[in-house]
Design a protein around this ligand. Structure first.
Ligand SMILES: C[S@@+](CC[C@H](N)C(=O)[O-])C[C@H]1O[C@@H](n2cnc3c(N)ncnc32)[C@H](O)[C@@H]1O
Length: 206
């Protein structure tokens, strides 16, 4: 079977190899690891919501960071490829069709951190891919109004392109502090960036 271009470098990529060696479900774990080491967002005992969680490496990272006193809830269209401990939960479904009560659980405790590594099904058309990516970020941001505690933190992948500025405005209205970062482990050729924000305001600014 012919290999896709870049396949070889992908498989020999140090992050890919490390993820395999350390039993992480995906090399994506190193992006969250880098972001969290730099911004100190996830703490022991925290409740974390992971949007676009499959195959599960960000959940593995968060579960280890919050420990058994915390809770990590993930959602994805696809199934996870990891086993969850008792303080982890997973919903298979579309975030746009899942009532937020399902994430919050019976006690309704708000999350301390919401992370989103969601990516649309890319079709290779930059304009469409970027529009869909920004739409997912905007949806995730609107969700934070109902599921993230004031003072809480947010991380989301976004493809650079159209609607990036609109997503940034929506981010700024909700968080006191934010940065746009490109982790070392993110492929140079990829258009992805990560919005990192903390200190959620009580109410979004108009
Ligand atoms: C890059 S992967 C996430 C990798 C994950 N962070 C990890 O570390 O294993 C992006 C995921 O976003 C999910 N996704 C995209 N749109 C979604 C939606 N509307 N609802 C739920 N999940 C979605 C995809 O199914 C895909 O599994």
């Amino acid at each position: 079977m012919p290999h896709k271009m870049g396949d070889r470098s992908y498989r020999h990529d140090v992050y890919y190899q490390n993820a395999k060696k350390n039993n992480f479900a995906s090399r994506a774990v190193y992006k969250l690891d880098e972001i969290d080491k730099r911004f100190h967002l996830i703490h022991k005992g925290d409740h974390v919501l992971d949007l676009g969680a499959a195959p599960g490496s960000w959940m593995q990272y968060s579960l280890s960071a919050v420990g058994p006193a915390g809770r990590v809830v993930g959602i994805d269209l696809l199934p996870l490829k990891i086993q969850l401990p008792g303080y982890g939960a997973f919903i298979q479904g579309d975030i746009r069709e899942t009532p937020v009560e399902q994430f919050l659980g019976p006690e309704g405790r708000l999350f301390d951190v919401v992370v989103s590594d969601m990516a649309p099904n890319t079709i290779g058309v930059k304009f469409t891919d970027a529009t869909r990516s920004a739409a997912l970020v905007l949806f995730a941001l609107e969700m934070t109004d109902r599921v993230l505690r004031p003072g809480g933190s947010f991380v989301a992948k976004i493809f650079q392109g159209v609607d990036f500025d609109e997503a940034l405005r929506a981010l700024k209205s909700r968080f006191v502090r934010f940065k746009v970062v490109k982790p070392e482990s993110s492929r140079v050729a990829s258009k992805e960036m990560y919005l990192v924000a903390w200190e959620r305001r009580q109410e979004p600014l108009p």
